[in-house]
Design a binder for this molecule. Structure first.
Ligand SMILES: [Zn+2]
Length: 300
């Protein structure tokens, strides 16, 4: 049987918000068993549980809100917390957006590794998929089906010569997450940057924290993986599924989806009680984390 886990000690960092461009201090703090993942805006003294009940905006990032107070762009941090098996943690920020850092989840992996993990004397339960649940929105879809492990298979396609089709599938373990998924950065199209900025989005975006796709190639000096784009979508999807509040045992398949489809699927799953059960989590190493030192990043 697995045990719920929290951080061994508090850790933190500073950065800027991808969309707001505002500076932010982030602190991850140990929390008691069954606390779950909760965000706290220290500037306003409001706490927001990371659950589907607190979903707000879903355009370009996942935003949680409570009583008119929000925390934006939670998905990359949530992805790292879920994949590394951090069940109980208090996430404090002094501004409305989680820092983007390098646009991937690797900096959060390094923070969690620095904190270390501590087991609680409480059983860890997983949400095990029993029946397939699917959501379709136009040409976008996502589906959760039974599997004996957590796997994400994703396909993307854009009206752009560089990104007509990309697909990847990973069994999500702490090891595969750290090595294959976490380093994949946020991406965007140069042609959309002006429109985003006029809507108050991507104000903190730069080549330091996003892969920018121009008409003939990426503007950054290199990619971390040849298929970095679809790997980032997998990273985002894991973060959105963290809002289920439990680790998952099942297979997520998705095509051309995004935060709205991922979270609609999560809601549909919870609204379909015969499609899942809470079961003892299959064995996961109780204390070990992959070494963050192995995050050496090479172009594919
Ligand atoms: Zn993302």
């Amino acid at each position: 049987m697995g045990y719920r886990r929290t951080l061994r000690k508090a850790v933190g960092c500073t950065g800027i918000g991808l969309h707001s461009g505002r500076p932010v201090r982030l602190d991850l703090k140990p929390a008691p068993a069954e606390h779950g993942i909760r965000f706290r805006r220290t500037d306003l003294d409001v706490e927001i549980p990371a659950t589907l009940d607190h979903l707000a905006r879903l355009d370009h990032a996942t935003t949680l809100a409570r009583d008119g107070v929000s925390v934006d762009t939670v998905e990359h941090l949530l992805s790292a917390l879920l994949a590394l098996g951090v069940d109980d943690v208090l996430v404090e920020v002094d501004s409305p957006e989680i820092p983007v850092l390098d646009g991937s989840a690797s900096p959060f992996v390094i923070l969690i590794h620095e904190a270390g993990l501590k087991p609680h004397n409480a059983a860890r339960r997983a949400l095990r998929i029993l029946k397939t649940v699917e959501v379709k929105q136009g040409g976008k879809w996502a589906r959760l089906s039974p599997s004996d492990h957590f796997r994400v298979s994703y396909a993307i396609g854009f009206d752009h010569p560089l990104l007509r089709h990309q697909a990847a599938s990973f069994r999500v373990t702490p090891e595969s997450f750290v090595e294959q998924i976490a380093p994949a950065r946020t991406f965007g199209f140069l042609r959309e940057v002006e429109t985003l900025r006029r809507s108050g989005l991507a104000l903190g975006g730069s080549l330091e924290n996003a892969v920018v796709i121009g008409e003939t190639g990426v503007l950054n000096s290199n990619l971390r993986f040849e298929d970095e784009f679809v790997r980032h979508k997998i990273l985002d999807a894991i973060g959105d599924l963290a809002l289920l509040g439990h680790p998952l045992v099942g297979h997520l398949e998705a095509e051309k989806a995004g935060h709205a489809v991922h979270t609609a699927l999560a809601r549909k799953l919870l609204a379909t009680p015969e499609a899942w059960t809470l079961a003892a989590f299959p064995s996961l190493p109780a204390f070990d984390l992959p070494q963050a030192g192995s995050l050496a990043i090479e172009p594919a």
